[in-house]
Ligand binder design. Structure first.
Ligand code: SF4
Length: 223
């Protein structure tokens, strides 16, 4: 990509958004869920685990536990067994139980709809809260920054930051608020299908012309 003027740099996020929208018109959250509670549970389970594995586990889990009270009242050992194959299962089971106890005790059994309330639930951080708010409630209060979003934002020159909080702040300044949730889905989809961590497929990349490929080791680049 040629050296760009500051005007061109400011216009680039818009062009990236348009190109990703054209490339992935069907983009959506890949964690199976039918309610805000199910999405909250699936997102907690998705830490350090693939969405595919989470979806296998939640198929049985969501059949067995329907309400926040079901998780809140379940014996911890039983929950641990149910989520074991997603990894870090002791922490995850404890977080799910604690979050659901708080949902029952403080929110009448319903998942709250604000960032402030969500991050007060045990084991729910800003990233999980952003996923739930954006996808279950259609509320854009932040950008989900996972490993794909962090990597692609850096390669695309949208941020120089390293921590999720700071990357999120940069992206919130570049992307229109009504597209914050979509934007992270687009980067996640592109990261899974093209801009792989180890060998990004730059030669066939749909946004190659818009990408300075920052930090991409050229021997990894097929282009
Ligand atoms: S050109 Fe390469 S580094 Fe840039 S987004 Fe595409 S695959 Fe990723």
């Amino acid at each position: 990509m040629p050296r760009e003027t500051s005007k061109a740099k400011a216009a680039r996020p818009k062009k990236i958004i348009a190109a990703l929208d054209r490339t992935y018109p069907e983009v959506h959250c890949e964690l199976d869920h039918q309610s805000p509670l199910e999405l909250l549970i699936a997102t907690i389970l998705s830490a350090q685990c693939t969405d595919k594995r989470v979806n296998i586990v939640t198929q049985a889990l969501f059949n067995k536990y329907r309400l926040a009270a079901d998780y809140a009242n379940a014996p911890l050992a039983e929950l641990e067994q149910a989520v074991k194959t997603t990894g870090f299962f002791r922490n995850k089971a404890r977080n799910i139980k604690a979050a659901c106890q708080a949902i029952v005790e403080k929110h009448g059994g319903r998942v709250p709809q604000t960032m402030e309330e969500l991050i007060q639930l045990g084991g729910v951080g800003r990233k999980t809260a952003n996923v739930v708010l954006g996808n279950a409630f259609g509320i854009n209060v932040g950008v989900v920054v996972d490993t794909h979003v962090a990597r692609l934002s850096q390669r695309l020159g949208l941020t120089k930051q390293k921590t999720p909080e700071k990357i999120e702040r940069d992206l919130m300044g570049l992307v229109p608020q009504n597209q914050w949730t979509l934007f992270s889905h687009w980067l996640i989809w592109h990261g899974r299908r093209r801009c792989f961590a180890r060998k990004p497929d730059c030669a066939n990349c749909e946004i190659q012309k818009l990408c300075p490929q920052i930090g991409v080791i050229k021997s990894f680049n097929h282009g």
